[in-house]
Ligand binder design. Structure first.
Ligand SMILES: *Cc1c(COP(=O)(O)O)cnc(C)c1O
Length: 392
């Protein structure tokens, strides 16, 4: 079989075998609807609550503050739209950042069309939001601050605790899109002053199409899906029992293995970063050098076109990404790379490699050698590179 080196774990992860195993009975012999009264199905209600308890415990939250959703995008939509609706009387101003995932950015744009005012905060060259900027953006009408925990493209981890403190000092709701961070770095909703938090199963070795929104008790937030009484009447629809079991199992597993996994990934990630920066000329690392997700490396190579690089890497069995999965296919460079100040031509030559617990040192060696060869070939074909070399 051809070698496959999957380094696109920010796009999605492999569902862990024990997660699949835990889910299987809920498709077959335990298919009952948790709302049914007979004992055969009632067991499923317990199972759903056990998963809620387990997730709440990992976050330092209460079980009844966890609402299951169909994933990160739904959680982000819910947090913003429902907070806007519930607090719209108090004000119409929302603060977020220029580097959010599109699930936040496009929802914010939708709210702007409906009369809300949105401040999109700038980030510094490492992709960090400055807490002072958050403070400065606050108006008497600010009802919500939404800042992602860690960025999906460049991996930068934000000063969430400081931002949460500022939000709470001003009595403003604080939401964080923790889809990339949850399961990779420790998160505690009390310590970080978080009122709402989005997470997704498939980014942490769980299944796709399941996630949750943490909503702190007391936050006035409207129902997102109207219908039955599921999720304490806030998100109707028969529970995705196999998905919820998969998510709960994945969250427990991620929490139990986090420390060891992070150490291993950081060491391989740093080896990848150091070797690429040393052995390949005219390249840079995007994102903060140390305050970054354990598994994320993001580079820009001058005189190289990201899409060509991806295709040639694919030829060697290496899966990477040139931006977020949603932006590939469009010719615009990533909004995140532009926000950290990269010129278009440099942003175009970018590559994101995101490791998993299965990544080995041999994989890293193979990838570095492949990159050296491919970038050499691409530059040899580039008229811009030729000019550059001629001019010395
Ligand atoms: C993947 C991702 C999402 C969307 O999650 P889905 O479960 O795929 O809908 C939202 N935010 C961030 C930061 C992500 O990485």
């Amino acid at each position: 079989m051809k070698r496959l080196i999957y380094l696109d774990n920010a796009a999605t992860t492999k569902t862990a075998p024990e997660v699949v195993e835990a889910m299987l009975p809920y498709f077959t012999e335990r298919f009952g609807n948790p709302s049914s009264v007979y004992s055969f199905a009632a067991g499923n209600k317990e199972v759903v609550s056990e998963q809620r308890d387990a997730i709440a415990e990992v976050l330092g939250a209460k079980s009844n503050e966890i609402y299951f959703t169909a994933g990160g995008s739904e959680s982000d939509n819910w947090a913003l739209k429902a907070a806007a609706e519930a607090y719209g009387e108090k004000g119409n101003h929302i603060i977020t950042t220029k580097i959010e995932h599109h699930a936040i950015l496009h929802t914010a744009e939708y709210l702007e069309k409906r009369g809300f005012e949105v401040t999109y905060l700038e980030v510094d060259e490492d992709g960090k939001v400055k807490p002072e900027d958050v403070k400065r953006a606050i108006r008497p009408t600010t009802i919500l601050i939404s800042v992602m925990f860690a960025n999906n493209e460049i991996g930068t981890i934000q000063p969430i605790r400081e931002i949460g403190e500022i939000a709470h000092e001003h009595g403003i709701l604080f939401h964080t899109d923790a889809v990339q961070a949850f399961g990779q770095v420790p998160i505690h909703v009390e310590e970080y002053h978080i009122d709402m938090l989005s997470a997704s199963g498939h980014k942490l070795n769980g299944p796709k199409g399941i996630g949750f929104l943490y909503i702190r008790k007391g936050v006035k937030i409207r129902s997102f899906v109207h219908g039955g009484a599921q999720e304490r009447k806030r998100r109707a629809g028969t529970e995705n029992v196999p998905g919820i079991v998969g998510l709960g199992t994945a969250v427990k597993r991620a929490a139990a293995t986090m420390k060891e996994r992070a150490q291993k990934e950081i060491s391989l990630r740093d080896e990848l970063i150091e070797r690429v920066l040393e052995e390949i000329p005219y390249c840079r690392l995007n994102g903060h050098r140390t305050d970054r997700l354990p598994n994320n490396a993001n580079f820009s190579f001058r005189f190289v076109e990201g899409e060509s690089l991806l295709i040639m890497l694919d030829g060697k069995g290496i899966c990477g990404s040139s931006g977020s999965a949603c932006t590939s296919g469009s010719l615009d460079p990533s909004h995140v790379l532009l926000a950290i100040g990269l010129p278009h031509e440099i942003a175009h030559g970018s590559l994101r490699l995101t490791l998993s617990e299965e990544t080995t040192k041999e994989d890293i060696d193979y990838v570095v050698e492949a990159l050296k060869e491919i970038i050499g070939k691409l530059r040899a074909m580039s008229p811009l590179y030729e000019d550059f070399v001629k001019k010395g």
